[in-house]
Write a protein that binds this ligand. Structure first.
Ligand code: C2E
Ligand code: CA
Ligand code: CA
Length: 629
């Protein structure tokens, strides 16, 4: 671009400034009137040329008297489609339609149309600056292409809208997404006096995916969304917050309204769903926060509905909880417990106790379950129920679980070194241990290091954990099992397993949850459940342990049902390793007696043979331990 002189460059800059920032017009004039030295002028000119060359605005310089175009910047040539020589053949009026230089006020923003080489017209916004160049009067016209700006703005708006739609809606179910829900809830709060917020989490949804596949799971989610929408109508805010979590906000005040809404949610979620050949019936855990009592903005309400939801899950799922202020305190306590536990794991505050498991048919001790104990210097003895869940949530269960396995393996070595007979010990394994560590390798190395046979170490993993990430758990348990360990399903009956699923698991023993066993005394239903679990497990060639046996009557009832083993306070509470030692010594003596009484060719390796003989109802294991000690 050949510039006519520094005056033009400065004038042009004034016009640009005016177009971009109207109040900067004055700046252009000020610059012109500045007295600059020759050198600084040349420097300044170079800089301005650089700016003008690279700016997006069109800039045309013309003779004011004749209207002839004298010069133009790159943006003008680009926009109009002319070469510089070609353009300079035209008068201004050929390019700027409807621009009257006589009327154009300097510094003001005018609108007109520009004509391109191909005849195309486009809207521009322009400013005119007068420049005196030695003898001539020049005008400098800076224009901004409005049509391309409008198009760009429209494109931007459209893509923003598209993005908002994507972000604010859930593709699978068509409900609002988390972001969309938050937005709309915010608006709703501004215009309501009372509102109930529900966070709804489908119970054990993962197992639906595991058993029937992801596509099936997706269709189930769509059906749940549809049922919720049908139950509450189009006005209610409904969203899928993530995987299998939904949120619902509906107006209302008072307990009765709340109760009715909860009932409606549970009914909608609990409706039997048929997808293809399969039918499933779901349940949900529900957390509730009420506006304005539990929070006055979206963030607090959601956080509190979440806390209430955790509480509902903790309470065994398929239930609902409303936020109460105490809940925040309890969660805080959980956090503090976990912090305290982290510091305690490698100290003597942690130890392991062992609870005997008895063969119900013969009355012999067959194994122990290892249970972790924590004696805190200030809190005293902290119940595992209190700290195991906190450790699972906070992640320290991995470290704690390793500590327990290490203690148990060392103990087995110790008993063996002392010449005591061993029985297998089962340790509880949390799903996180399998997810976060190479658990089977850790176990394998530990057993090798202490020269302990894998047969003496068993693993209990809860039914619900099996359902969480079955592939991973199955692979890990498979490895442990092929090493010689036995695998238990713990707390059976609380989860969602079906028979077909159970068959596919690498499992040897099933432990019936103590809630059913304790319930047998007063509830015929529980007794029927226990009996059918025993029958089913036996058909699958699994051994069955009943947990929580608290009386002779229950022990006898279980024995009559064909249950193999029992564990519970009736036989013995969990005991210190030293007390177990006494039992094992007793066991050895009993075994010698058994061996003497047995014909020489009848040698058995059954676990029951490595046991303390114990008659149901007459003597408890603790009594045997005392006698032995
Ligand atoms: P669990 O695996 O179901 O363990 C059995 C629980 O039932 C133990 O509670 C035991 O003391 C208790 N129990 C035994 N017999 C009876 C009875 O006749 N009546 C009643 N009411 N209870 C009985 P504990 O020791 O408090 O452990 C609670 C839970 O903590 C365990 O349930 C297990 O889930 C977890 N836990 C304990 N130790 C460990 C561990 O080392 N690792 C992991 N991951 N979890 C553990
Ligand atoms: Ca257990
Ligand atoms: Ca259990």
């Amino acid at each position: 671009m050949s510039w006519l002189g520094s005056e033009v460059a400065l004038g042009a800059l004034g016009a640009v400034a005016a177009l971009l920032v109207p109040c900067a017009v004055a700046f252009g004039f000020m610059l012109r009137s500045l007295r600059l030295t020759r050198r600084s002028r040349a420097l300044l000119e170079r800089r301005y040329r650089h700016v003008l060359k690279h700016m997006d605005e069109t800039l045309v310089v013309a003779d004011r008297a004749t209207g002839q175009i004298l010069d133009a910047n790159e943006a003008s040539l680009r926009t109009l489609g002319y070469g510089i020589a070609e353009l300079c053949e035209f008068p201004l009026r050929h390019i700027y339609l409807g621009l009257d230089l006589g009327e154009a006020t300097e510094g003001a923003v005018h609108r007109c149309r520009m004509r391109a080489r191909d005849g195309g017209l486009f809207e521009v916004e322009l400013t005119v600056a007068q420049v005196v160049d030695e003898a001539r009067q020049l005008v400098c016209i800076v224009g901004r292409d409005l049509s391309s700006r409008q198009q760009a703005e429209a494109r931007l708006r459209a893509s923003e809208e598209r993005l908002t739609r994507v972000l604010e809606s859930d593709e699978l179910t068509g409900l609002a997404s988390r972001a969309g829900f938050q937005c709309r809830l915010q608006e709703r709060l501004a215009s309501t006096e009372g509102l109930h917020l529900f966070h709804i989490d489908l119970d054990h949804f993962r197992s639906v995916n595991d058993v029937h596949g992801r596509d099936f799971g997706d269709q189930v989610l769509v059906a749940v969304a549809r049922n919720l929408r049908a139950a509450f109508g189009p006005q209610v805010l409904l969203a899928r917050l993530g995987a299998d979590e939904f949120a619902l906000a509906c107006g209302g005040a008072g307990r009765n309204a709340l109760r009715r809404q909860v009932h409606r949610i549970r009914k909608a979620v609990g409706r039997e769903l048929t997808v293809g050949e399969h039918a499933v019936t779901l349940a949900a855990s529900i957390g509730i926060a009420v506006y304005p009592q539990d929070g006055v903005n979206v963030e607090i309400l959601q956080k509190r509905a979440d806390m209430a939801l955790y509480e509902a899950k903790d309470a065994g799922r398929d239930t609902c909880r409303r936020f109460v202020p105490d809940l925040a305190a309890r969660l805080c306590e959980k956090f503090e417990i976990e912090q305290e536990l982290r510091r305690a794991i490698d100290t003597p505050q942690i130890h392991v106790e062992y609870q005997p498991v008895i063969d119900l048919q013969t009355g012999l001790l067959v194994s122990f379950e290892a249970l972790v104990r924590w004696d805190h210097p200030v809190l005293g003895s902290v119940a595992p129920e209190r700290f195991v869940a906190a450790a699972e949530e906070g992640g320290s269960i991995v470290h704690l679980g390793e500590r327990v396995v290490r203690d148990v393996v060392r103990q087995l070595r110790h008993w063996a070194d002392e010449g005591a007979l061993c029985v297998p010990v089962a340790v509880n394994v949390s799903p996180l241990q399998i997810e976060r560590s190479a658990f089977s390798r850790f176990v394998h190395e530990l057993l090798q290091q202490h020269r302990v046979d894998a047969r003496w170490l068993s693993f209990e993993i809860t039914e619900s954990a099996w359902l969480q990430d079955s592939d991973r758990h199955i692979a890990a348990m498979d490895r442990l099992r092929s090493g010689g360990s036995r695998i238990f399903i713990d707390d059976f009956g609380t989860g969602f397993s079906n028979l077909a699923y159970l068959k596919s698991l690498p499992v040897d023993v099933l432990k019936i949850d103590r809630a059913f066993v304790c319930g047998m005394a007063g509830d015929a239903n529980d007794a029927a459940i226990v009996e059918s679990i025993i029958r089913m497990a036996t058909q699958l060639r699994l051994r069955v342990v009943a947990e929580g046996v608290e009386s002779a009557a229950i022990a006898e009832q279980l024995r009559a049902m064909g249950c193999h083993y029992g564990q519970g306070h009736y036989f013995s509470k969990p005991m210190r390793a030293e007390q177990c030692k006494a039992l094992l010594v007793q066991l050895q003596a009993t075994r010698r007696g058994v061996d003497r009484a047995r014909p020489a060719n009848q040698t058995s390796t059954a676990v029951t043979d490595l046991a303390v003989r114990h008659r149901l109802g007459s003597r408890r294991v603790t009594a045997v331990a005392n006698e032995g000690g």
